[in-house]
Every structure is written in structure tokens, then in C-alpha cells.
Design a protein around this ligand. Structure first.
Ligand SMILES: CSC[C@H]1O[C@H](OP(=O)(O)O)[C@H](O)[C@@H]1O
Ligand SMILES: Nc1ncnc2[nH]cnc12
Length: 290
């Protein structure tokens, strides 16, 4: 049996995790990739590792975040299940600011991100057909309902490069294509979490209607921050409730997020690059050394 450890990545407006108990600062480095770990603690006895994606003071832009180091560190810290708490714009009238969308699908519109641990010397192709872990999503949705937080149990998140917000033409296109929400950060995490065999889910917390909505002006950071304050309080309650009800033993993922590398690595053992394999010790150790 594997002990369940919950990882939380906080996005815009979420630079710490209120309610985290028995906090200790531990430095877990990601070899060759730098970046340490956020505070480790627990809520109701469930071990929790917190990381602030943009760092304290919101220092890092979506393009500059070291997603590989963040996910690698989560893996090294023993995380089994990873939840992203993110701000997003909405493309649907019925998902107004304040709504928490438990994303089930992603569309990638980024073009300047490192989105794989693998590469020359060890190539792997994991499935991204179902990028989020259904059982984790269900637990988040149930916790949100128990806390009377307005929640949508699914939705498609389009991940744009940014850091500029969308043009009106982009916004209308994404809306027309049926996407639910837009953000700039979650797609690299979802891909890397899958390679690292972590169960991943996104809570996309709506802050604005982007710029498509005829009744709302173009989105500004000031407006977003106002909504973020309220969302942050709800997010802390949500995490506390998830932790309270979370199983203490990791439950096998019904879609195999936690075994994603079983059938993914294609490079022949004799063609593998020992230097790359060293860096993959945490992410792919189960399958490479197993
Ligand atoms: C501050 S608005 C734009 C910013 O907010 C979202 O960040 P995160 O996903 O980390 O909450 C969005 O993706 C942009 O990075
Ligand atoms: N409208 C928007 N577009 C992209 N990222 C966002 N994060 C919050 N609101 C956003």
C-alpha cells in the first residue's frame, strides 16, 4: 500500500496555504533543474505539500515557471495526488466569476514551454486522452458541494501562452469552439504530472469573463485580484474539506494515471542516455529501476 500524499499548487493569489498544520520547510531539490519545495505539513493528519506556482510576490510569469522542477519536486516529496488551484477566465454565462470548474479536458495553445521530462536518449509517449484523474475530481466536487461552493463538475480549459490576455478574436474563437475556461499555466502541469504518474486535477476558479462578454469590459489584473480574494478564502475551505475526507492510502487511479509509464517508453535500453536517466530517477524510477 502507498501512503496518500496530497500536493497543492497555488496559482495567482494563492501564495500560501492557510490551515496547513505542523508546517516544516524542507528543501527538496530537483537535480539539474533547481527549485526547492514549498512548505510541507498536514491537514487532519493528511500529509500535504504546498507550492506557490508564481512564487512569493508573484515573481514568475506563466512562461518562466519551471514546471518540470515543480512536478519533479512533488514526486520526490512523495506526492500521489496533485491539485492545481488556478485563476481563469470564463467562456460561459453559466460559469460566472466565483464558480469553481473541475476541469476534465485541456487544449494546448502554448508554444514556449518545456512539457516533457523525456527526450533524446529516453523517449516516452504517455496517453493524454483523459488528462485528469476522475476519482480526484469527484472528491474535489463532493468537497465543494459540502462547502456550498458553486461548482461545475467538468469543463475544458484552454491554455494560452500569455502573458497578454486574449484578443477579442481569440476570445470569441475559444468561446465558439465550446471551451469553458482559459488560463496560462495548467497544461504543462497536466502533461508533466501524467509523465510523473501523479493523479492530477485542476480547480479553475473563475475570476472574469475574459473579453468576449458584451456586458463586461476587457479583463484587467485589478478586477481579477478583487475576485481572487474571495476565491482564495473558498479555496482554503475546499482544501480543508478535501483533506478531511481523503483516503489515507492511495487508491489506484481508474484510468491509470499512476501507471502511465507502463507502456510509454520506446527507447531501447542500450540506446538510453545515462545522464538523462539520472535526472529521471524520481519521475520514472518505478519503471526504469523497477
Ligand atoms: C493574474 S491573471 C493571469 C494569471 O492568472 C492565472 O494564473 P494561475 O493559473 O497560476 O492561477 C493565469 O493562468 C495567468 O497566469
Ligand atoms: N481571462 C483570462 N485569460 C487568461 N488567464 C486568466 N486568468 C484569469 N483570467 C484569465
Amino acid at each position: 500500500m502507498t501512503k496518500a500524499v496530497l500536493g497543492i499548487i497555488g496559482g495567482s493569489g494563492l501564495y500560501d496555504l492557510p490551515g496547513l498544520q505542523n508546517v516544516r520547510e524542507e528543501h527538496i531539490a530537483s537535480p539539474g533543474r533547481a527549485v526547492g519545495c514549498g512548505p510541507i505539513g498536514d491537514i487532519d493528519g493528511l500529509p500535504i505539500v504546498f507550492m506557490s506556482r508564481h512564487d512569493k510576490g508573484h515573481r514568475l510569469s506563466p512562461t518562466d515557471i519551471n514546471y518540470r522542477a515543480n512536478i519533479d519536486v512533488m514526486k520526490r516529496a512523495g506526492v500521489t495526488d496533485l491539485i492545481s488551484l488556478s485563476a481563469c477566465g470564463s467562456y460561459k454565462e453559466n460559469l460566472p466569476p466565483g464558480t469553481f470548474v473541475i476541469v476534465d479536458q485541456f487544449v494546448d495553445r502554448t508554444h514556449n514551454r518545456a512539457t516533457s521530462f523525456f527526450g533524446t536518449g529516453c523517449v516516452a509517449h504517455v496517453s493524454m486522452a483523459h488528462p485528469t484523474a476522475p476519482r480526484l475530481r469527484m472528491r474535489i466536487a463532493e468537497a465543494a458541494e459540502a462547502e456550498s461552493i458553486a461548482v461545475a463538475r467538468d469543463g475544458t480549459y484552454v491554455c494560452m501562452e500569455g502573458p497578454q490576455f486574449s484578443t477579442l478574436a481569440e476570445s470569441l474563437t475559444y468561446k465558439g469552439l465550446g471551451y469553458s475556461v482559459v488560463g496560462m499555466t495548467n497544461l504543462p502541469e497536466a502533461k508533466l504530472a501524467r509523465e510523473a504518474e501523479l493523479c492530477y486535477a485542476t480547480v479553475a476558479m473563475v475570476t472574469d469573463f475574459d473579453c468576449w462578454h458584451p456586458d463586461h469590459d476587457a479583463v484587467t489584473v485589478q478586477d481579477i485580484i478583487r475576485v481572487l480574494m474571495a476565491n482564495a478564502e473558498k479555496a482554503a475551505r475546499l482544501v480543508a474539506r478535501i483533506a478531511k475526507d481523503f483516503p489515507r492510502e492511495h487508491e489506484p487511479c481508474p484510468i491509470g494515471s499512476d501507471r502511465a509509464l507502463d507502456t510509454a517508453i520506446i527507447t531501447a535500453p542500450e540506446a538510453r542516455d545515462p545522464e538523462l536517466l539520472k535526472k529521471l530517477d524520481a519521475v520514472a524510477g518505478r519503471i526504469l529501476n523497477g
